[in-house]
Design a protein around this ligand. Structure first.
Ligand SMILES: [Fe+2]
Ligand SMILES: [Fe+2]
Length: 164
């Protein structure tokens, strides 16, 4: 059975994953508003992915005899100046999430909570992937620079994302 303090920490992470989902949905809405429909599609799948992360933690708490809390979520800031600015915010946000996952892992290690440690391996790998993809797209946006034609090509490329 999971400890009370670990349950609290995971419930906080459930809230943070839903908050990520909301932030990315706000980004998707922004991309749609500026007709970057491929970016909007990509970010909407990212929204779905974040909900699935929250639900992974939710299921895990129940598997360990704990109680998952359904959190209230604050409205995301949602101020984006450009495609580049929004993606920079995406990458910065994922770096923060990595720190949160690392914090949970540190706690699991200190508490000798081996099951939580092993469950978190998936999330540690996932954060490597999230930062990698974010960095790649930022680098591509740097190459795009002020070229509208190149931006539209990148938009087409992001439209092809199929996995969430
Ligand atoms: Fe996540
Ligand atoms: Fe991912």
């Amino acid at each position: 059975m999971i400890s009370k303090t670990m349950q609290d920490a995971i419930n906080q992470q459930i809230k943070d994953e839903f908050a990520s989902a909301h932030l990315y949905l706000a980004m998707s809405a922004y991309f749609t508003s500026i007709n970057m429909n491929g970016f909007a599609h990509w970010m909407r799948l990212q929204y779905t992915e974040e909900v699935s992360h929250a639900m992974k933690f939710y299921d895990y708490l129940h598997d360990r005899g704990g109680n998952a809390l359904v959190p209230g979520i604050e409205k995301p800031a949602g101020a984006f100046k450009s495609t580049f600015d929004a993606f920079q915010q995406y990458l910065d946000h994922e770096k923060k999430v990595t720190q949160m996952i690392n914090g949970l892992y540190e706690k699991a290690t200190k508490d000798n909570d081996y099951a939580t440690e092993i469950m978190l391996h998936w999330f540690i790998n996932e954060q490597v992937e999230e930062e990698k993809v974010g960095m790649e797209i930022i680098e591509q946006l740097k190459i795009v620079g002020d070229s509208k034609a190149a931006l539209l090509m990148l938009d087409r490329q992001l439209a092809a994302r199929s996995n969430a």
